[in-house]
Design a binder for this molecule. Structure first.
Ligand SMILES: [Zn+2]
Length: 60
């Protein structure tokens, strides 16, 4: 199941749209911000239904 979510970029503060794959369980991955192009580290926790997403700077 795919879900789209707006998430605030930890670098530039703009809201960027990210695609979450809830069927794949807990994930952590890096995706470039579509506004400032810097790499955002996403931490997705999910049991397939409920989920939470955190965005960190890669250098944190
Ligand atoms: Zn950004």
């Amino acid at each position: 199941m795919l879900e789209t979510q707006l998430c605030q970029c930890p670098y530039c503060g703009e809201r960027v749209e990210v695609l979450l794959d809830l069927s794949a369980g807990d994930q952590s991955y890096v995706e470039d911000c579509s506004v400032c192009c810097r790499p955002i580290q996403f931490e997705l926790r999910t049991d397939g239904v409920d989920w939470s997403l955190e965005a960190h700077r890669e250098d944190d």
